[in-house]
Design a protein around this ligand. Structure first.
Ligand SMILES: Nc1ncnc2c1ncn2[C@@H]1O[C@H](COP(=O)(O)OP(=O)(O)OP(=O)(O)O)[C@@H](O)[C@H]1O
Length: 507
């Protein structure tokens, strides 16, 4: 098939960080190449240096036989490089067809839009990947999976030869992930080179031909996917054996802090009941769309329930706003933490202190020393890779930003901490550190609701688990139920329900 891209001796540094050191990589057409490594090891920076977003400090790139010392974004595109970032960069108010065709139309430089052509371009790309969807719908109204497909088609419409995908599966359901993986395999057969970044090792092994492992800005090596397994890949990424300890509740106090009784919200969740005591880590699992995030938002005052009751310390509570939730000692680590959790242009320390400003201020004046000390403690505990606590959060890698959000809410010492998919985008090594932190918070008496669709993660970290499907609780697993075959039980419960839903939709 042949090499389409060769990066040679790429170096890139930012103030205080050597992000890439002497990176050499060859990308082949007709192959899926995965970049793996811990948060902040340089994967996204590498992609940005190749696609013209950043200029390398030194090094060169050979693209389709032409040598470049630096590339502009339009040169990179002309050479067939297309990057799909996590936010997809689509125009929400434009239709699927317009989004797919926009890049091609821009290069045509015509003043009048030929709508027939727009539709033809969009249809052609969708046909290439064998997907049927309504191309007249605005992108803002379609599912994440279909947005992902729109972004792929937009890249194909611009004659992509090398497609970079940075953590494309974060917001997809399992069925959607399978569909995306199949599309990637199909595009590979058609000769496209795909470079895929993911922290989900199952996904990496299901599609990758080659895996390049980064650590601390350096390349550890290129491996054939079949040479590695999860254990050896984790070892190369982190330089150590990674193990996730099982959580065992040690707190003896069984007085509920939070209770919900028959809580319902139309079309989202139905008659949910739950008690959470000090030291509990209660798992909530189920597919995306099962109602889990909607429930979390309701408990945080952002999505009022239609009926049912929420009690705090045995007393009925009206949680009508996040402010009210906070007063009652409830914190939420949101699912969409990039939009709901951080001030990107503010420093790490300002972000961490943002939920406790009142506690560390006296007579309207912020105690800056304390703010810094608290931020340093949390960044150390969470192993946040940042030059200092004075660095702007927006310059940290995705996974490290996420650790800052967790630090922010932990610093607020809530009584009830709702964590919606806390380890999305977090590398396997840092996950162990975050789990340990969560176990310590619970052992100290905090009550935690832990939402995740990674079943192994739920079992390792929770002492009770609520399994949701279509907004209903299909099973509450107690501590003893989690000892044996829990993974199989939960997988079957969710799988059975997904099948029933699919049958229902097919009818
Ligand atoms: N614009 C920037 N300014 C300053 N530092 C930056 C900038 N972009 C990246 N960095 C730093 O470069 C390093 C590599 O970051 P990068 O985003 O490439 O990591 P990553 O491997 O993609 O991580 P993740 O898995 O968390 O997404 C990090 O230490 C990050 O803080």
């Amino acid at each position: 098939m042949g090499t389409v891209l060769e990066a040679r001796h790429i170096y890139k540094s930012f103030v205080g960080v050597q992000a890439l050191k002497d990176i050499n990589i060859k990308i082949e057409s007709g192959k899926i190449h995965c970049l793996a490594g811990e948060n902040g090891c340089g994967k996204s920076t590498f992609v940005k240096n190749i696609s013209g977003v950043y200029t390398p400090d030194s090094g060169e790139v050979v693209l389709n036989g032409s040598l470049y010392h630096s590339l502009t974004p339009s040169q990179a595109m002309r050479e067939g490089i297309q990057v799909i970032y996590q936010d997809l960069s689509l125009f929400q108010h434009l239709t699927v067809a317009e989004n797919i065709a926009i890049g091609r139309l821009k290069s045509d430089k015509k003043r009048i839009v030929n709508w027939k052509k727009v539709h033809a371009i969009a249809k052609e790309q969708l046909d290439k990947i064998g997907v049927h969807m309504d191309i007249n719908q605005p992108v803002g109204e379609i599912s994440m999976a279909n947005r992902q497909i729109t972004a792929i088609c937009r890249a194909l419409a611009q004659d992509a030869r090398i497609l970079f995908m940075d953590e494309p599966t974060t917001a997809l359901t399992r069925t959607e992930v399978d569909r995306l993986m199949n599309i990637m395999l199909d595009l590979k057969k058609k000769g496209l080179a795909i470079v895929f970044i993911s922290h989900k090792l199952d996904e990496v092994f299901s599609v990758a031909d080659t895996i390049t492992i980064f650590r601390n800005g350096e390349k550890i090596g290129d491996f054939e996917s079949k040479e590695l397994d999860k254990k050896s890949l984790s070892y190369h990424m982190t330089g150590r054996e990674v193990e996730y300890p099982r959580y065992r509740r040690s707190v003896k106090d069984n007085t509920p802090v939070l209770e919900i009784e028959n809580l319902s919200r139309k079309k989202q969740y139905d008659s949910l009941s739950l008690r959470v005591c000090p030291g509990d880590i209660v798992g909530v699992t189920g597919l995306l769309g099962s109602g889990r995030t909607e429930l979390a938002l309701s408990l945080f005052g952002l999505n009022p329930a239609d009926s049912g009751r929420i009690k705090i310390d045995g007393k009925e509570a009206a949680i009508s706003s996040p402010m009210a939730a906070k007063k009652l000692g409830i914190a939420l680590l949101p699912e969409d933490r990039f939009h709901q959790g951080l001030f990107m242009d503010r420093e790490v320390k300002e972000n961490i202190s943002s939920a406790i400003v009142d506690d560390i201020s006296a007579r309207g004046l912020l105690d800056k020393e304390r703010e810094k000390k608290i931020a340093e403690d949390y960044t150390r505990q969470m192993k946040v890779r940042t030059p200092s606590v004075e660095t702007a959060v927006g310059t940290l890698s995705g996974g490290n930003q996420q650790k800052v959000v967790i630090g922010k809410w932990t610093a607020a010492r809530p009584r009830v901490f709702i964590m919606d998919t806390p380890t999305v985008g977090i590398d396997i090594g840092s996950k162990a550190e975050i789990y340990e932190q969560i176990h310590e918070l619970a052992a100290d008496g905090m009550s935690i609701i832990f939402i995740s669709d990674e079943i192994q993660e739920i079992i390792a970290n929770c002492n009770r688990v609520m399994v949701l499907a279509d907004g209903r609780c299909v099973r509450m697993l107690e501590e003893d139920d989690l000892e044996e075959n829990a993974e199989q039980t939960i997988t079957e419960l969710i799988g059975r329900h997904a099948e029933e839903t699919a049958k229902g939709e097919a009818l």
